[in-house]
Structures are given as structure tokens and as C-alpha cells.
Design a protein around this ligand. Structure first.
Ligand SMILES: Cc1cc2nc3c(=O)[nH]c(=O)nc-3n(C[C@H](O)[C@H](O)[C@H](O)COP(=O)(O)OP(=O)(O)OC[C@H]3O[C@@H](n4cnc5c(N)ncnc54)[C@H](O)[C@@H]3O)c2cc1C
Length: 207
């Protein structure tokens, strides 16, 4: 059984400057102020749009990320409806196969110290799930049947595409202290990447 940490990365990362200029071009149609578009005018314009709550303008651009997380967290992510998803399938992936190394992969729960009793209980439960899964497969069950006994900690790859308005909404909810600690850690990691790249669109989101 393989144990990995959760992560998030951009897929085909956009040119953030062009993305911002695109939003400005779309938004200025409303005010017929296209003549005000300058090399550095996008930041101020987008800041104003956000302060006015005129967020439909932000729907004209978006980006795609790949989350590597557990099945519990992926279930929370896909509750966000104004987005598109593609996810590793436990119907079509049979983890006994060579290409998966003949083992399942689980996400390490960062809130359990590796030396703690809780970590040990979690680890043994996952190992038992793996054994039960492989026993079912060896006994003739299909992957889509054997998956019944896989743990919530099972690693999944999940690709999500959304527009900027929806990403802002997602990050507000999922970086909040009310969010589950694992989705919060993942979302804070994404928010930090975005703040490095396109600060004006996310600067008002408090973690
Ligand atoms: C801290 C926390 C605890 C949660 N606990 C639970 C729980 O116990 N049980 C549970 O089932 N879920 C729970 N959820 C999930 C939550 O109810 C939402 O399903 C999830 O956060 C997606 O948010 P959303 O619906 O606002 O966003 P999205 O689906 O991303 O939609 C974005 C926005 O579009 C609008 N919108 C989308 N669809 C509609 C619609 N049909 N009608 C009107 N407006 C729409 C809304 O303004 C919405 O905020 C929890 C979420 C959080 C953050």
C-alpha cells in the first residue's frame, strides 16, 4: 500500500496577464470604456469590478487544476456545480494490475501524527481494506464490485475546470476555518499559488 500527500497543480497553466486583459476587454464593453485599456490598466479595472460585486465579468475566463486527494475530499469538491470534472474511476482502474504497482494508494491524513495510535489505527484499517479488495478480485469480482471495500482515504486524481467567479466562490468556502481540514489545506495551497500569479482576483479572500 502506497501512501502519498495530497496536492494541487495547474493543468496547461494559462498566461495570467493575457487572462486578466481578456477579462478587462470583456468588462469594459459594459461601460464602452475600451479606449482606457492600457498596458497596466487591467488590475485596477478588475479590482473595481470585484468591489462593485459585478462578478459576472469574471465568468469570461477560467483555468483547470488537478487535485490529488482522497475520495472523501473529492466528494466535497464535486458538490460545486458550476464546474467541469474528470475523475479517476474505481470502475475502470483495477489496482491489482501492474500499472498501479499491484497496490492501492492512499492519502496521508496530515492531522494524525505518524507516531500516534490514531495513525496506526488508520494505517491498519487501510491495509485491511486493500487485502479485502484484492481477495475479492482474486475471487472473481470485477474492480467495479470490489471497490465497495476501498477506504475513503483512497487516492484519486480529479481534474476541475471552472471560471474565475466560481473559483472565487470555491476558495471562499473551502479555505474557511469551517471547512474540513484536508480540503482547507488543499484550497489554501491553491489560493497561495493564485496569489503569486494573479493576486488582484483573489486578494480579498481571507483564509
Ligand atoms: C463548511 C461546509 C459544510 C458543509 N456541510 C455539508 C453537509 O453537512 N451536507 C451536505 O450535503 N453538504 C454540505 N456542504 C456542501 C454545501 O452544501 C454545498 O453543496 C457546497 O459547498 C457547494 O456550494 P454551493 O452550492 O454554494 O456552490 P456551487 O454549486 O459551486 O454553486 C455556486 C453558486 O451558484 C448558485 N447556485 C448553484 N446552483 C444553484 C441552484 N440550483 N439554485 C440556486 N442557486 C444556485 C449559488 O449561489 C451557489 O452558491 C458543506 C459545505 C461547507 C463549505
Amino acid at each position: 500500500m502506497k501512501i502519498v500527500e495530497q496536492s494541487v497543480e495547474f493543468i496547461d497553466e494559462p498566461n495570467w496577464d493575457l487572462l486578466l486583459k481578456h477579462l478587462e476587454t470583456c468588462g469594459r464593453i459594459c461601460y464602452k470604456s475600451e479606449q482606457k485599456i492600457m498596458a497596466n490598466s487591467a488590475d485596477e479595472f478588475i479590482k473595481k469590478i470585484i468591489s462593485l460585486g459585478h462578478e459576472s465579468v469574471l465568468e469570461h475566463a477560467g483555468f483547470t487544476v488537478k487535485f490529488i486527494c482522497d475520495r472523501g475530499i473529492s466528494h466535497q469538491i464535486v458538490r460545486h456545480r458550476i464546474a467541469s470534472y474528470s475523475q479517476e474511476s474505481t470502475r475502470y482502474c483495477n489496482y491489482i494490475n501492474e500499472r498501479f504497482g499491484g497496490e492501492i494508494c492512499v492519502i496521508k491524513p496530515f492531522f494524525f501524527d505518524e507516531t500516534s495510535e490514531n495513525y496506526k489505527i488508520w494505517y491498519e484499517a487501510c491495509l485491511k481494506s486493500e487485502k479485502n479488495y484484492f481477495d475479492l478480485i482474486k475471487n472473481g469480482a470485477k474492480a467495479e464490485e470490489a471497490r465497495l471495500v476501498l477506504p475513503n482515504s483512497l487516492k484519486t486524481d480529479l481534474v476541475m475546470t471552472a471560471n474565475m467567479r466560481e473559483w472565487r466562490h470555491f476558495l471562499k468556502l473551502r479555505t474557511s476555518q469551517m471547512a474540513h481540514p484536508q480540503i482547507r489545506q488543499l484550497s489554501i495551497s491553491l489560493l497561495n499559488k493564485l496569489l503569486e500569479r494573479i493576486k488582484v482576483l483573489f486578494a480579498d479572500i481571507s483564509m
